[in-house]
Write a protein that binds this ligand. Structure first.
Ligand code: NAI
Ligand code: MG
Length: 398
């Protein structure tokens, strides 16, 4: 049956890169209908709701979405930009991304970081003799997307019940009870066995599919014993019971930040909680060209809802469709992840190949570069606009 894909362009360059991505999908012959969903800053201003109910209904019905990016602002600034007729009516701004994640329980987040050969933005290590030796990065990061430190369970000036509970903990009583309660802030790091097992299992399944013989748990179990410790233990037990050919490597998050700058090629499958997964995926993204290449999939294996998106934001400066020069590759590769999720591996493979060819030809805009690395050799490379980049990819698909 023909699929229906919900498109959530959002704001700014989200609209630009999603438009180009759909052109690429169509050129590749992916047979689908697209229905537009409203999301983002524009709808906060107009309706006081950045994620309208009609959009939630669309997602429930069709389950698979391509998401561009949204503009978000802190609550106080947001209130000022609400339409005049909505001012003072008690609307509070919330992030539609976080809210989508929570509403649909999108607990599995996959963030691939794979070197595209010849990308002028690749991280290049200079050897002692001045020769570049380029490590090939091929890693999939599995980030638990709904729990941990980002679960939102936190207090400033905790009330009696919370405070009394804290006081039953010897470490709290000995080390922190001196603090006046109004000056005390507590953010909890919640890991549940159910969701920790799910993200770890997803990592093992991926390793098995790709033929890798280890997964790396990137946490800090020696210090954060209860939560990081839980993830490591679950991974070790699962390795023994279900994946005897795949071993578990335990690397602390801080050490990982060092190792990935020295030997990123040593890692293929990483699993982490919410915050460490967020950090480690940004760090790896820097090695493969940064925001123009960093993609992400979030989904829930039980309800089948999946949202595929680049990790960059709405970059308002580059929002004009006619003149935009941002890189559409992150969005296009997010769509490739969507195709893989839908078992459309053949189409996914053709698009990925076309992207790789265009990147290798040096079409990626040099301006990407300016922020990351300003050497003249690379600044002179590539001058494609967003649309020219997409056109070049489409030409390869023909
Ligand atoms: P941003 O990711 O929108 O842009 C920062 C800079 O990165 C841009 O100025 C540009 O130089 C570069 N960049 C971004 N996307 C690129 C691409 N595809 N190709 C080449 N270069 C690219 O982050 P910023 O400026 O901090 O935030 C702008 C707005 O986006 C804010 O309102 C923020 O809250 C929101 N945001 C939304 C996200 C989302 O929708 N997932 C994620 C991050 C920020
Ligand atoms: Mg992040």
């Amino acid at each position: 049956a023909k699929r229906t894909i919900v498109t959530l362009p959002g704001d700014g360059i989200g609209k630009v890169v999603l438009e180009e991505t759909i052109r690429v999908l169509e050129a590749a012959g992916f047979d689908a209908d697209y229905v537009h969903g409203d999301i983002g800053w524009e709808f906060w201003c107009k309706e006081g709701n950045p994620l309208p109910d009609r959009t939630i209904e669309l997602l429930k019905k069709h389950k698979i979405a391509l998401f561009g990016a949204i503009t978000s602002k802190p609550k106080d600034k947001a209130a000022a930009e609400l339409a005049p007729e909505l001012q003072g009516k008690g609307f509070t701004y919330y992030s539609p991304i976080v809210s989508m994640r929570q509403k649909f329980d999108l607990d599995i987040c996959m963030r691939p970081c794979q070197t595209l050969p010849g990308n002028p933005l690749n991280f290049i290590r200079r050897g002692k003799d001045g020769n570049p030796e380029e490590p090939v990065v091929d890693v999939m990061i599995f980030r638990q997307n709904t729990e941990g430190l980002y679960g939102g369970v936190e207090w400033t000036n905790p009330g009696d019940q919370v405070y009394d509970a804290l006081m039953t903990h010897p470490k709290f009583k000995d080390n922190f009870a001196w603090c006046p309660r109004p000056e005390l802030a507590v953010s909890t790091r919640i890991f549940t066995k159910k969701y920790t097992s799910r993200i770890v299992k997803a990592a093992f399944e991926y390793a098995k599919k790709r033929g890798f013989d280890k997964i790396t748990v990137c946490e800090k179990p020696n210090v954060i014993r209860e939560t990081s410790g839980m993830m490591l233990k679950i991974a070790q037990e699962m390795s023994k019971a279900e994946y005897p050919g795949i071993r578990v490597e335990d690397v602390n998050i801080d050490a990982m930040m060092m190792w990935l700058t020295k030997n990123p090629e040593n890692y293929n499958v990483i699993v982490a909680g919410n915050m460490f997964g967020d950090i480690v995926s940004d760090a790896f993204a820097g090695l493969i060209g940064g925001l123009g290449f960093a993609t992400s999939a979030q989904f829930n294996p039980e309800n089948g809802i999946g949202v595929f998106e680049p990790t960059h934001g709405s970059a308002p400066k580059y929002a004009d469709y006619e003149t935009s020069i941002v890189n559409p590759v992150a969005m296009i590769l997010s769509a490739v992840m969507m195709l893989e999720h839908l078992n459309e591996d053949e189409t996914a493979g053709r698009i990925r190949k076309a992207v790789m060819e265009v990147v290798a030809e040096g079409k990626v805009r040099a301006y990407d570069m300016l922020k990351l690395r300003g050497t003249p050799d690379v600044v002179n490379q590539g001058a494609a606009s967003t649309r020219q980049m997409a056109d070049a990819i489409i030409a390869k698909l023909k």
